[in-house]
Ligand binder design. Structure first.
Ligand code: AMP
Length: 216
């Protein structure tokens, strides 16, 4: 299976798409946000630094991000194909990632940009709730996967929680950071010729758009 790099604004559907691809094709999902959230819960100086950066919605330093990513990419389970979600976020990261994968002998794969608009994304962020047990994404505002019972996961019955950065203010910062730092990546990958654009306004269109790319 082709490796996939997902690039999108916050809440554009990276988590939802990844969940579908993991379930249907057995992809391994690597989210730098999830890896960093794990680190942020540790009672260490590093944990506290990362936790502060996450709640402000600013980017974590490359030094930290690359160390945890390299460790993850050295694990055996990635050999059959993985989805990179939330990375690279800057041109600098994309260039350093090229070096990293050539050193680890990993294929770049396809780069997929999920397209959406500000109002839709803001609603998704403000209403988003995640399952503590299985990670499944729910929403209390958009009508998509509304929890049938308050605060309980529709899929596995686990408890739902809100991420500390899923609020209007932090969304604005994260969206602006996306426009400023992440959009230049599009040009970078366009030059390499492995970039694809997929509309992420609804789940089914998004999945079939991605499947067309994977089967190409
Ligand atoms: P996400 O779960 O992808 O929305 O990421 C949540 C937060 O984790 C971001 O707002 C950043 O603070 C941090 N983060 C995730 N991926 C990266 C990355 N590639 N580089 C720097 N910070 C990141």
């Amino acid at each position: 299976m082709k490796n996939i790099i997902l690039i999108a604004a916050p809440a554009a559907g990276k988590g939802t798409l990844s969940e579908m691809l993991v379930e249907k094709y057995g992809y391994v999902h690597i989210s730098t946000g999830d890896l960093l959230r794990d680190v942020s819960t540790s009672d260490t100086q590093l944990g506290r630094t990362v936790s502060d950066m996450l709640s402000q919605g600013v980017l974590v330093t490359d030094e930290i991000v690359f160390e945890i990513l390299e460790n993850r990419l050295k694990q055996d389970d990635i050999k059959n194909g993985f989805i990179l979600d939330g990375f690279p976020r800057t041109l600098e990261q994309a260039k350093k990632y090229d070096e990293l994968i050539s050193r680890l002998n990993i294929d770049l794969g396809s780069v997929i940009i999920l397209e959406s608009d500000y109002e839709t994304l803001e609603k998704r962020i403000v209403g988003r709730m995640l399952c503590k047990s299985c990670g499944s994404v729910h929403n209390t505002l958009t009508g998509v996967n509304t929890p049938k019972v308050d605060n309980i996961c529709n899929k596995c019955g686990g408890n739902l929680y809100k991420r500390s950065d899923d609020n209007r203010e932090s969304f604005k910062t994260r969206y602006e950071t996306f426009l400023e730092k992440t959009e230049p990546l599009i040009e970078f990958y366009q030059e390499k010729g492995n970039i694809h654009f997929v509309n992420s306004l609804d789940k089914e269109t998004m999945l079939s758009g991605v499947e067309d790319i994977l089967n190409d």
